[in-house]
Design a protein around this ligand. Structure first.
Ligand code: HEM
Length: 492
């Protein structure tokens, strides 16, 4: 063997050793899972099913902790109440990172409260929570703001005059969007304002695409899909247009800013930016403001709207449940005033129905992806720092060890033997732990007030026979999108 061949051989040997060393170090002691193909990962197993069905099916085969390869990306999947709770709650700090969600990451570049990591996320989350609280997220002033929006909605719904209307879901979206808009922009929009209509259309379109099979494919093969035509391309156009709308509002805020009297989230952020202008390590700059505002509007609009749409479908399918909720509203609230949050404690059945709607509808079934922030020992395995983790919230909400008949819609899941409201630790539509939904208190207020005020004033009537109403979602990628439906709202 000449010296050149020896050198090449040695180099190859060194590379193999390096590869094996790095590979084994990187792998930690990962849980088992289906064998992946190079580059494709476990993609072939997807064939005719969606990602949620595949991951749920694999959890039956491989147990509550397993490894799967989404294309070239290795992800650990957790399922069932016990495993998800142990990770998100008991080992909350280690599992508090945000994992990769290509459609969001390619837009946010890891900026903004929902998709950042490390110190930046901690700072932005603390700041955002503080400002939302100051602007009433947990206060009575917010309750009144929501009720005001509900009065506008009821007025619009009355205009449908008992006729079938396909635009009822859209009416709901406008009202729900207006609530989060009033927190970030300082005021609500008129229902025919182009800015409001644009925001709703852009969010709705993106939620649909990201929940469809195109959205799922983008999650698995972003680099490839960036080269291919398809509806996924609209995701970034829509996000870009939303960003421009927010930037436009920020410019208006800058022109009229009075730091001593902040009007909304944007004013508070701009003031903080000015205070930390000289600090090169500050997390408060223009792009962070745009992305965080975007996260709040996107996170706070379609989620509440979709939950209410699921609730409508469920109540039309189960008219007896609807009648019992209405009976409770009539008894506790009457008809001379709108419901208030103080009524909730006296309305255990209604409270149980809303919780059961959220459990059954399970609108974010795969949660947003998490990431371990350091090498993490979990159930006998070792997940290396940076491993992405999917927590299957659907397997928590449908866990037979936590709910008597998980496949059925049954408000009794949240009622005790005395028909008092009963909490369940496996109720996780807002997730759990350090990344718990930032808008949870606001969303819970909205759901209770919208749900009760609508049922106080209207009876929801399907155009089809109740037994023909299909509660299975249209798609379930990012979110479980309900099937489109037509209905009548008859005045009570
Ligand atoms: C029914 C309504 C809602 C549901 C079901 C919901 C659900 C969720 C879920 C599952 C997450 C991911 C948590 C995790 O990573 O573990 C999340 C995060 C988030 N949500 Fe919500 N959400 C709702 C309403 C809202 C509202 C009204 C807002 C805004 C005011 C909001 C803002 C956010 C933000 C900013 C995050 C990111 C938190 C972080 O990464 O630290 N959400 N939400």
């Amino acid at each position: 063997m000449d010296s050149r061949s020896t050198a090449i051989l040695l180099l190859l040997l060194a590379l193999v050793c390096l590869f094996l060393t790095l590979g084994s170090k990187d792998k930690g002691k990962l849980p088992p899972g289906p064998k992946p193909l190079p580059l494709l990962g476990n993609l072939l197993q997807l064939h005719s099913q969606d990602l949620l069905s595949l991951l749920t099916k694999l959890s039956k085969e491989y147990g509550s902790v397993y490894t799967v390869h989404l294309g070239p990306r290795r992800v650990v999947v957790l399922s069932g109440y016990q495993a998800v709770k142990e990770a998100l709650v008991d080992q909350g700090e280690e599992f508090s990172g945000r994992g990769e969600y290509p459609a969001f990451f390619n837009f946010t570049k890891g900026n903004g409260v929902a998709f950042s990591n490390g110190e930046r996320w901690k700072v932005l989350r603390k700041f955002s929570l503080q400002i939302l609280r100051n602007f009433g997220m947990g206060k009575r002033s917010m309750d009144e703001q929501i009720l005001q929006e509900i009065r506008f909605l009821l007025e619009e719904l009355r205009k449908t005059e008992d006729r079938a209307s396909p635009s009822i879901p859209f009416m709901l979206s406008r009202s729900v969007c207006n609530i989060v808009c009033s927190v970030v922009f300082g005021s609500r929009f008129h229902y025919d304002d182009d800015r409001l209509l644009n925001i709703i259309q852009l969010i709705n379109d993106n939620f649909q695409i990201m929940s469809s099979s195109w959205g799922e494919l983008y999650t698995i093969f972003p680099a490839l899909l960036d080269w291919l035509p398809g509806p996924h391309r609209r995701i970034f156009q829509n996000f870009g247009r939303m960003k421009e709308l927010i930037a436009c509002s920020v410019r208006e805020h800058q022109a009229s800013l009075d730091p001593s009297s902040p009007r909304d989230f944007i004013d508070c952020f701009l003031t903080k930016m000015a205070q930390e202008k000289q600090d090169p390590l500050s997390h408060f700059y223009m792009d962070t403001l745009l992305m965080t505002t975007h996260n709040l509007i996107f996170g706070g609009t379609e989620t509440v709207g979709i939950t209410l749409r699921h609730a409508f479908l469920i109540l039309m399918k189960y008219p007896k449940v609807q009648a019992r909720v209405q009976e409770e509203i009539d008894r506790v609230v009457g008809h001379s005033r709108l419901p208030s949050l103080d009524d909730r404690a006296a309305m255990p059945y209604t409270d149980a129905v809303i919780h059961e709607v959220q459990r059954f509808a399970d609108i974010i079934p795969m949660n947003l992806p998490h990431r371990v922030t350091r090498d993490t020992a979990f159930r006998g395995f070792l997940l290396p720092k940076g491993t992405d983790v999917i927590t299957l919230l659907n397997t928590v909400h449908y866990d037979p060890s936590q709910f008597l008949k998980p496949q059925e819609f049954n408000p009794e899941h949240f009622l005790d033997a005395n028909q008092s409201f009963k909490k369940s630790p496996a109720f996780m539509p807002f997730s759990a732990g350090r990344r718990l939904c930032l808008g949870e208190p606001l969303a819970r207020k909205e759901l209770f007030l919208f749900f009760t005020a609508i049922l106080q004033n209207f009876t929801l009537q399907p155009l089809a026979a109740p037994e023909d109403i299909d509660l299975t979602p249209l798609s379930s990628g990012l979110g479980k999108v309900p099937r489109p439906f037509e209905m009548r709202m008859s005045m009570r």
